[in-house]
Design a protein around this ligand. Structure first.
Ligand SMILES: C[S@@+](CC[C@H](N)C(=O)[O-])C[C@H]1O[C@@H](n2cnc3c(N)ncnc32)[C@H](O)[C@@H]1O
Length: 285
């Protein structure tokens, strides 16, 4: 969602529920002191790409931005109150569970297919006590059909996950264990491996089939008329690791090209105020 719309909706109280349930009193007071225009400037400053994680309260602003943007999308797309959502590769990030929790409360159900063990453990700790029902399937998202029948979900969510999926595909080819090792220790190696494939022009040959298998399986898991939703984000510091921000900024477009080429019975739709560089929304026809 663009920052002007988000700021206006926060000022109008649309996300009071999220704020009261999940944010510190200091953060709420900081937000209350700003009018919509000041808030828009603040959001733009905090979340300007590439996002610097050293700014004070940046994680609270990120959580606000993503939980509010996803909750708003559920409303815009007229999703049922008893929303059933599958997230691919949540890691230990809980923006989407928070959005489903705020939208559906105990009527909702949230599942993530998540491979890395330590991140799954953190995720389970962080989501304890939410109203919405939460399940982690510790398996490759390509295998989700072993756990759920077709047409089980209203939404399949990929929050900043195209990169994680492609990194994992390449890492496995390169003999890395992405399940049992500490994700953040191996991340620089994964990023450099992706860059090597990209620079040699072999990334598509190496990753397309496995990526599209996940998208195809996710599509089968969607109810007819359901949505597959992607977002992307670029953090500061990638280039110093031998990775490319420019390449990362373009991940949505890369996935858009691959998904279009695969012709899976999905149609891309546009939602006002969701920038197509950072968001991509497909509807199952
Ligand atoms: C660093 S976390 C990222 C969390 C979140 N997507 C974000 O960026 O905010 C990456 C997670 O995605 C998982 N992952 C990558 N490919 C996957 C796949 N094909 N199936 C299930 N999990 C996957 C990894 O194992 C890891 O737990």
């Amino acid at each position: 969602m663009n920052m002007q719309t988000l700021a206006e909706k926060i000022s109008a109280g649309v996300f009071n529920d999220i704020l009261q349930r999940d944010f510190s009193q200091d953060m709420i007071s900081e937000l209350e002191q700003m009018n919509a225009v000041q808030l828009e400037h603040k959001l733009k400053d905090m979340l300007e790409v590439p996002i610097s994680i050293s700014k004070q309260r940046v994680f609270e602003y990120l959580q606000l931005y993503y939980s509010a943007s996803w909750q708003n999308l559920f409303t815009e797309l007229n999703m049922p109150r008893a929303l059933s959502l599958l997230e691919v590769g949540a890691g230990d990030v809980i923006y989407i569970p928070k959005a489903v929790d705020a939208y559906s409360h105990e009527a909702g159900s949230y599942v993530t297919a998540n491979l890395n063990r330590d991140l799954t453990h953190n995720f389970q700790e962080k989501t304890k006590g939410m109203d919405v029902s939460i399940r982690v399937v510790e398996d490759d998202a390509a295998n989700i059909g072993l756990y759920y029948p077709e047409s089980s979900f209203d939404v399949v969510a990929f929050h900043h996950a195209i990169n994680d999926i492609i990194q994992t595909i390449i890492a496995v080819r390169e003999g890395m264990d992405t399940v049992n090792q500490d994700w953040w220790t191996i991340e620089p190696l994964m990023l450099q491996a992706v860059m090597d494939y990209h620079r040699k022009g072999t990334l598509k040959d190496a990753a397309y089939q496995a990526f599209i298998q996940i998208i195809d399986t996710s599509c089968k898991q969607l109810k007819s008329g359901g949505y597959m939703i992607f977002d992307n984000i670029t953090y500061a510091g990638y280039d110093e690791m031998g990775y490319s921000s420019e390449f990362h900024n373009d991940y949505i477009q890369l996935a858009r090209n691959w998904i279009s080429e695969a012709n899976l019975g999905l149609e891309e739709i546009e939602v006002d105020s969701y920038d197509k560089q950072w968001w991509m929304i497909w509807r199952k026809v």
